[in-house]
Design a protein around this ligand. Sequence first.
Ligand SMILES: [Zn+2]
Length: 139
Amino acid sequence: MRAMPLLVVAFPTLAEAEAESMSLPAHDLALLRLHEQSFGITLSAFTTCPCCGERLEFGLPLSALAATLSSAAQTARSFVHEGYALRLRLADSAAAAEAAMEPDLAAAETLLLDCCLHAADVNGSASPAEAPLHRALAR
Ligand SMILES: [Zn+2]
């Protein structure tokens, strides 16, 4: 089952559109809370040794991951770059899903920047110069 239906079923007051518009850290934090309620305070994980392929299993405390996601979920950044006031917000699940459908990485980057970056000139209007700014920020 995909993550979005899980969240909507687990949190009945959450509409699917609301779940899709949650920032990715907020979305992951909700999934972490669901995991905690269902399976406890430790996330079971594994990795394989790159040399011999031996499997190593270990537990991660959810509290550390939740603290990181919680602080990241609040973040929107504003800054000035070459005379433009830029506001960068975190991607949401809908944008990530759209980006995943793009034919290549460059197209996915452009889509995410279009979705997450707002640029305005000194008069506060959206600028046609956003595309060059996108390219500068993407590299
Ligand atoms: Zn090994």
